[in-house]
Design a protein around this ligand. Structure first.
Ligand code: XMP
Length: 518
């Protein structure tokens, strides 16, 4: 395994991405956690020091334990990590940030040119004489540590790439993990090859390891898993079931705000296809009656969130002797908490989550996806035999159709919405566009409009179609359907769905809009 010591850079996760793409298994750990004992236990085959926001010249700034340099394994220091390495090993760093060190701060694109002998980790670089890199630093190294030599320079960073070749210590001032260092991946590849990684880490291997870990953690105890029908909880459930069989029981809280046939599909797939003991908590009436007359978006979200937890708890309590709660927590959720930047931020929407549940119920957590990124969870799902059509599904929010039904929710509106949504998604699939779109859905608007169909007057609901492209849901743009597609889809919805007589397309990006309507 490769160890990434996190000093709090915003892009530490990207280092892990680059390495995983090279089929090298790595883990990110915050520097506070990396002690001598930790290193002895982890036994990394190579170590990377991430960047970070602090200044190494500040007393008490983050450091790795000194023993890391005695492990005899290759180390790569990036930006702040480079400066840490220089300072620790006898070089010198000047504090541009703190002492206002005069014009050495550098942010953005820069070009590195080679110096000295060719360096193994730069193999393949400089084909055109120089390489574009991304710099982001205030401090700079003013004297390199004994044993180090210079292998690359840039106008503002004379020590852009340095290395102690004998000890396999490499230090770079720029960020090779970001997109704006186009050949950064090559540098990582050379580094991991030098460290002896073959790049043979596969999902199959991960699956086996994960199963062994679950068995070890759980023993002969029982596990409860809240199944939402989404990819993460589903993959977690199937994996855990493979590990411990019927010691796992899934609880599927059906709040009645799901899409057409969704509840049936989930129940059939898990109960019949996978033979996983599943409690289908059909509580749609309870949810709908509590939502009656409520039209404020935040109130709706809070009602649903609270009921969800109550219902889950009620059903889970029926499972005798359960000691563990399984959750589909992903790696990004885990490492976000390490970030230094977690300042106060405004709540745009109260998110649906069950974070407080384990403590409330006195359960321990099983989180077999904690080390994976979203696309890796999908790959694991495929490995476990979940159908592609299921794995590739668009994200669906916890509060379900409630937030696609602005204003008051009624059973009638939900029915209309389900039908319209099914037609819309069918259209998107038929035109082969489903996988190009991050998320697509219909929102039913709280307004009736006048129309004419046949020779008669209609007075029905209007709806809005939404389709966006996005990488992570944080920002999004509307999908540029052709007018032909939009026209055809509107006609189909109005003809096939009774209760809708007008169709609009939402072309708001995020920001300023959000993806969901509420
Ligand atoms: P917004 O609407 O905030 O949504 O732009 C961003 C992404 O998050 C999904 N979403 C949720 N997911 N619980 C969830 O699990 C929620 O409460 C929730 N609200 C929004 C939304 O569908 C989109 O993918």
């Amino acid at each position: 395994r490769l160890l990434i010591i996190d000093f709090g850079s915003q892009v530490t996760q990207l280092i892990a991405r680059r390495l995983r793409e090279l089929n090298v298994f790595c883990e990110i750990h915050p520097y506070q956690k990396v002690t001598d004992a930790f290193l002895a236990e982890f036994r990394p085959r190579a170590v990377i020091f991430s960047g970070g926001p602090d200044s190494v010249v500040r007393e008490g700034s983050p450091r790795p334990p000194k023993t890391v340099y005695e492990l005899g394994v290759p180390i790569l220091g990036i930006c702040y990590g480079q400066q840490v390495m220089m300072q620790d090993l006898g070089g010198q760093v000047d504090g541009g940030k703190i002492s206002g060190g005069g014009g050495t701060a550098e942010f953005g694109r820069a070009f590195v040119t080679p110096a000295g002998e060719p360096l193994s980790i730069l193999q393949g670089w400089f084909a055109e004489g120089k390489e574009q890199v991304w710099m982001s630093h205030g401090d700079h190294v003013s004297k390199i540590a004994p044993g180090f030599e210079v292998f690359g320079t840039s106008p503002n960073a004379p020590y852009a790439v340095t290395a102690d070749v004998e000890r396999h210590f490499y230090a770079v001032q720029f960020h090779p993990e970001v997109h704006h260092t186009p050949n950064g991946k090559m540098l990582y590849e050379n580094f991991v090859r030098a460290a002896g990684f073959k790049g043979d880490w596969t999902m199959g291997a991960y699956r086996e390891e994960a199963i062994a870990k679950i068995r070890e953690q759980v023993g002969d105890k029982k596990v409860i898993c809240g199944l939402s029908g989404g990819v993460d909880s589903s993959v977690a459930a199937v994996l855990i079931h493979e590990a411990i069989g019927d010691q796992l029981t899934c609880v599927f809280v059906d709040h009645g705000l799901l899409r057409q046939n969704e509840a049936d599909e989930v129940v059939t797939m898990f109960r019949d296809h996978y033979n996983i003991p599943l409690i289908h908590a059909d509580e749609s009436r309870l949810f709908l009656s509590n939502l009656e007359g409520v039209s404020d978006p935040e109130t709706k979200r809070k009602i649903i969130g609270k009921l969800f937890i109550d219902v889950f708890q009620k059903y889970a309590n029926e499972i005798d002797g359960a000691e563990f709660l399984a959750q589909g927590t992903l790696y990004p959720d885990v490492i976000e908490s390490v970030s230094f930047s977690g300042g106060p931020s405004v709540t745009i929407k109260s998110h649906h989550n069950v974070g407080g549940l384990p403590e409330k119920m006195g359960l321990k957590l099983v989180e077999p996806l904690r080390e994976l990124f979203k696309d890796e969870v999908r790959a694991l799902g495929r490995e476990l035999g979940l159908p592609d059509s299921f794995i590739g599904r668009h994200p669906f929010p916890g509060p379900g159709l409630a937030i696609r039904c602005p204003g008051e929710i009624t059973g009638e509106k939900l029915e209309i919405l389900r039908k319209a949504d099914a037609v819309y998604i069918d259209q998107i699939r038929k035109h082969g566009l489903y996988d190009e779109i991050w998320q697509a859905f219909v929102a039913i608007l709280p307004v009736r409009t006048v129309g004419v169909m046949g020779d008669g007057r209609t007075y029905d609901y209007a709806c809005a179609l939404r389709a966006v492209t996005s990488v992570d849901g944080m920002t999004a743009d509307y999908y540029p359907f052709t007018h032909e597609f939009l026209g055809e889809t509107a006609t189909r919805i109005i003809n096939e769905v009774q209760g809708i007589n007008r169709c609009t397309y939402d072309i708001t990006s995020k920001p300023p809009g959000t993806i969901e309507w509420e």
